[in-house]
Design a protein around this ligand. Structure first.
Ligand SMILES: NC(=O)C1=CN([C@@H]2O[C@H](COP(=O)(O)OP(=O)(O)OC[C@H]3O[C@@H](n4cnc5c(N)ncnc54)[C@H](OP(=O)(O)O)[C@@H]3O)[C@@H](O)[C@H]2O)C=CC1
Ligand SMILES: CCCCCCCCCCCCCCCC(=O)[C@@H](N)CO
Length: 312
């Protein structure tokens, strides 16, 4: 399935800000004869996003209640929906079916993290992590599977933390690992669909700014190797990889390197021309470097905890 921006109906979850809004902007300005539907919980943020993308208020609300004002010739649409609610997702797809706007590409950008030590998280924050990072993608993928949208290209957004879950990301990384597992299974079951998975490193977004407020220093120290890039750069890197036919995509060197350590049983369909290099690097580094790094990492973490004790 050759990837292109033109002649698509592209559904972007998490399209009200950050990376999702960047993709919407890219399709709006470069995708000829494409329709864009941005989805998130907040109608207010969606309206702000469509204004920012198009420079004027042209976004059309696709909700059933807005049928009277529907402009079928518009390019940019929005649909407020809490994607962690299976029924709400089902209603959204019913609506898209009614309007003959079932998607040909789906970007599952909805997600976000609250970096804290596990014991410092609230039950609500833990539940939010599961909903925001897993359920939102799960229900969308489930509807694509059930409707047998065989020409639909699913693009899931995991994270580098799926290759190396580390201290401070207990509310987030396990769910990004789950997405990696889901991708492996869907690739075996949904043979008619192209299923891509993106493992971004850090990039500047509203979500990134928010997570910086609670991120423990030790977490920031470990992830220092992933310097935040702009959302626009991240978007363009991902589009270039998709256009090159890759389906397991990273956005920085450390992400590519950590993916090489995680080749396992799910990466053998990776079309990266560097795939064999990744396999070789992964084998050698897993054997010779990882044991040493994990000792250093444990020392770093123990030193940080000792420092925390002294502060008390
Ligand atoms: N920024 C980074 O450094 C990295 C980000 N990632 C991943 O990339 C993706 C995009 O990240 P980023 O741009 O920073 O995200 P942001 O946190 O900036 O935006 C998250 C988006 O998801 C939407 N959203 C959250 N919960 C729901 C829900 N239940 N239903 C519908 N929409 C929802 C939000 O809109 P609303 O509040 O209106 O619902 C918002 O539009 C995420 O999956 C993130 O985990 C991965 C690695 C690094
Ligand atoms: C031989 C072994 C070497 C190991 C080096 C370890 C380097 C770890 C870099 C981790 C980068 C994590 C980026 C997370 C982005 C993200 O998902 C958050 N911003 C949440 O949004």
């Amino acid at each position: 399935m050759r990837f292109q921006l033109n002649d698509q109906i592209v559904l972007i979850t998490g399209g009200s800000q950050g990376l999702g809004r960047e993709f919407a902007h890219k399709y709006y300005h470069e995708g000829n004869n494409s329709k864009i539907i941005v989805v998130s919980r907040s109608e207010k943020k969606l309206i702000k996003a469509v204004d920012a993308i198009s420079g004027k208020t042209v976004g059309t609300n696709l909700s059933p209640e807005e049928t009277g004002k529907l402009n079928k010739n518009a390019k940019l649409y929005y649909y407020p929906c809490d994607l962690s609610d299976h029924e709400a997702v089902s209603t959204m797809f019913d609506r898209l079916c009614e309007l003959e706007m079932l998607p040909t590409q789906v970007y599952c950008c909805a997600g976000g993290s609250i970096p804290k030590l596990f014991k410092d998280l609230t039950g609500e924050e833990l539940d939010m992590g599961i909903k925001m990072n897993y359920s939102t993608t799960l229900h969308i993928a489930h509807k694509v599977a059930q409707l047998e949208l065989s020409n639909c290209h699913l693009i899931l957004f995991s994270s580098v933390t799926a290759f190396f879950p580390f201290i401070g990301y207990s509310q987030y990384a396990p769910l990004k690992v789950s997405l990696k597992a889901l991708v492996g299974i869907l690739r075996q079951e949904m043979l008619q669909n192209r299923i891509s998975c993106v493992y971004p490193g850090n990039f500047q977004s509203e979500g990134f700014e928010l997570e910086e407020l609670t991120k423990p220093d030790i977490t920031r120290e470990i992830e220092g190797a992933s310097t935040p890039i702009s959302s626009e750069d991240c978007c363009n890197k991902i589009i270039r990889s998709l256009e090159s036919g890759y389906d397991d995509i990273t956005t920085d060197l450390i992400g590519w390197f950590l993916m090489s350590l995680d080749m396992g049983l799910n990466k053998h369909n990776n079309k990266s021309f560097l795939w064999i290099l990744q396999l070789l690097i992964g084998t050698i580094v897993n054997l010779l470097v990882v044991p040493i790094y994990m000792l250093i990492c444990q020392f770093q973490i123990k030193r940080w905890f000792n420092g925390q004790q002294k502060k008390k």
